[in-house]
Design a protein around this ligand. Structure first.
Ligand SMILES: Nc1ncnc2c1ncn2[C@@H]1O[C@H](COP(=O)(O)OP(=O)(O)OP(=O)(O)O)[C@@H](O)[C@H]1O
Ligand SMILES: O=P(O)(O)OC[C@H]1O[C@H](OP(=O)(O)OP(=O)(O)O)[C@H](O)[C@@H]1O
Ligand SMILES: O=C(O)c1cccnc1
Ligand SMILES: [Mg+2]
Length: 554
């Protein structure tokens, strides 16, 4: 959005941030797009550093799930905090499915690359925090950027699963904490709606054209733009959203509305009656008359189909090809079959090549269920226009992405919970996808950072992270490391390129196609296995028991 706004206003184009990366698409994505408590904590971190000469351990949370920070030194207004590592992941696949499409990474990297407070923003933070907050904190914010932050992430468009880190964020605690909210925000809806699009594509089938029509129903302008971008990524073919077409190069498609048709009371309203033929200088002086002549031959069906066909046939006489019709009410299966029969009859009777294949688009409150019902009944729809259910993610409104501390100052941290699905997997980890003989991914496995990677042809034990009895040996035919360095900070590592949206879309389609079909089906899909190495399993449980010693009953 930034680019469009800037150009439309004729203002100077926004400068690129570090690494030559443009700013976030939405200009509302600034360092202020975070929760107040992140600033409250950032102040507390800063303040703690100021008051300690050397290592200080602060317990910031009264709950069992403590956050420990080690401030190793401070230098005037600047604090040096030992490196912190957070994993960003989700706990359950959306829409009752067993897979998720990872989306939103590029916007995260754009935020990181351009993260810098303006004076105006600092003044606002100052006005919002208690007046007792010291001025040095604002000087600290003034110098803050993400040059000390390192991000490893799974590539955008990948199929991903619960518990596996989508992103690992390492860096000084204050800035990483400020990033929590915007990073989760940028991933949550993007991945949810991309997954929703992929699920609609799965039901509709590969051969259908899928059009995203949701702008009017989306949650505000950003919801609309985001929906168009990530539905395309998730496998839609085009959008009706013109702004998204300009911003991201997504193909635009559209038909016309009922209002357009009903705005004409009679053919007499058409003042310009002539039409030039498609391939020459000939002009048909009374095109409306030509249409009416065709109509008189077709008056067999009480619907708008003969009207369309009469226009299409008259256009055909002049060398034009009408594209198709859109059905927007009634029984879409029945009507599409009737329309197809009509088109085929015309092709046969009047010898118009390919008329039988005239495109039929259907719309009106479509969702996975209605697409499935149409498939079961049999239909002749070529393209589906889908709005409300797609872009609002009607079936599930949020993905539930979380951002959890996994290590601080090289000390692993675990978040414990009565609910085992909420227990976090500690440590800086490596994540791999192991493929089987038939080419399908079999299992994702997390290992400790320094463990040797799984090897092709070598048996490895894959364990459920929390359920002792669930384990399997896997002899991978292919091993794919999942996380790559997308923001190296000062590590000197190579930065992974951010590919254009059409390549991410292709990657996503390929990823979805390579999944075993039983993971993808709508009803009772088989869960995909997410595991840890034997070593990491032992370590998780050692840490768990250490953090939660045996209680004593009295
Ligand atoms: N053959 C079909 N099988 C299952 N669902 C269908 C079929 N045809 C249409 N639908 C769905 O049924 C619903 C019909 O909705 P509704 O009754 O509001 O529309 P309508 O009366 O047909 O049209 P309008 O919006 O013009 O009033 C829509 O969600 C549509 O997608
Ligand atoms: O139904 P959706 O999946 O949201 O897709 C987009 C809808 O938007 C348009 O009509 P709109 O709903 O605005 O008017 P209507 O109530 O007359 O269908 C269009 O004709 C579709 O029906
Ligand atoms: O082009 C269309 O047919 C369209 C676009 C948006 C919403 N409804 C229909
Ligand atoms: Mg509607």
């Amino acid at each position: 959005m930034a680019a469009a706004v800037v150009e439309a206003n004729g203002l100077k184009k926004q400068e690129k941030g570090a690494g030559g990366i443009d700013g976030p698409t939405n200009p509302m994505v600034t360092p202020l797009l975070t929760d107040l408590y992140q600033f409250t904590m950032a102040y507390a971190y800063w303040k703690a550093g100021k008051h300690s000469e050397r290592a200080v351990i602060i317990n910031l949370s009264p709950s069992r799930a403590c956050v420990f920070l080690e401030v190793v030194a401070f230098n005037g207004a600047e604090i040096h905090v030992s490196s912190e590592r957070f994993d960003l992941y989700f706990r359950r696949n959306p829409f009752g499915g067993e897979y998720t499409v990872f989306a939103g990474l590029e916007e995260c990297i754009r935020l990181i690359a351009n993260f810098k407070f303006t004076e105006d923003e600092i003044a606002f933070i100052q006005a919002s925090l208690p007046s007792s907050c010291e001025i040095g904190f604002y000087n600290y914010l003034r110098g803050l950027d993400c040059s000390d932050v390192e991000i490893h992430a799974i590539s955008e468009g990948f199929v991903v699963f619960p518990k596996i880190p989508l992103m690992r964020v390492e860096g000084p605690v204050a800035v990483v904490q400020l990033l929590e909210t915007p990073l989760v925000n940028l991933i949550n809806y993007a991945s949810l709606v991309a997954t929703n699009a992929a699920r609609h594509r799965f039901v509709a089938g590969k051969s259908k054209l899928l059009l995203e029509f949701g702008l009017r129903r989306a949650q505000g302008p950003d919801g609309g733009i985001g929906a168009s971008k990530y539905c395309y990524m998730g496998g839609f073919d085009a959008t009706s959203n013109v702004a998204a077409g300009k911003l991201f190069g997504i193909p635009l498609r559209g038909t016309h509305s009922h209002a357009f048709v009903s705005s004409f009371m009679s053919p007499d309203e058409i003042t310009e009656k002539s039409l030039k033929s498609a391939d020459g200088p000939n002009v048909c002086e009374d095109f409306v008359g030509l249409v009416q002549a065709w109509l008189s031959k077709l008056k067999v069906m009480r619907s708008s189909i003969p009207n369309f066909c009469a226009v299409a046939l008259a256009l055909n006489d002049l060398g034009y090809k009408a594209l198709g019709i859109r059905l927007d009410s009634g029984d879409l299966a029945y009507q599409s079959c009737e329309a197809r029969k009509f088109f085929q009859a015309i092709e046969k009777e009047f010898g118009v090549p390919d008329f039988g294949r005239t495109s039929i688009t259907a719309s009106n409150d479509l969702n996975e269920e209605t697409l499935d019902a149409l498939n079961k009944q049999g239909h002749e729809v070529d393209a589906f226009g889908i709005g409300t259910h797609l872009v609002t993610c009607y079936a599930q409104p949020a993905l539930g992405v979380v951002f959890k501390l996994v290590e601080i100052n090289n000390q692993p941290r675990i978040k414990l919970s009565e609910d085992v699905s909420k227990v976090s997997i500690p440590c800086k980890k490596r994540c791999y996808r192991l493929y089987g003989k038939e080419g399908y991914p079999l299992v994702d496995i997390m290992t400790g950072e320094s463990e040797p990677s799984p090897k092709v042809g070598e048996r490895i034990l894959c364990r459920h992270p929390f359920n002792e009895s669930k384990r399997a040996y896997v002899v991978p035919q292919r091993v794919e490391e999942l996380m790559k360095c997308y923001w190296p900070g000062r590590s000197g590592k190579d930065r992974e390129e951010l590919p254009p949206i059409n390549l991410i879309r292709e990657r996503c389609i390929k990823q979805l196609e390579q999944m075993r079909p039983d993971h993808m089906r709508r009803l009772n899909p088989t869960p995909y296995k997410v595991s840890v190495s034997a070593k990491l399993y032992d370590f998780i449980h050692f840490l768990w028991l250490n953090e939660a010693p045996v209680g004593e009953l009295q």
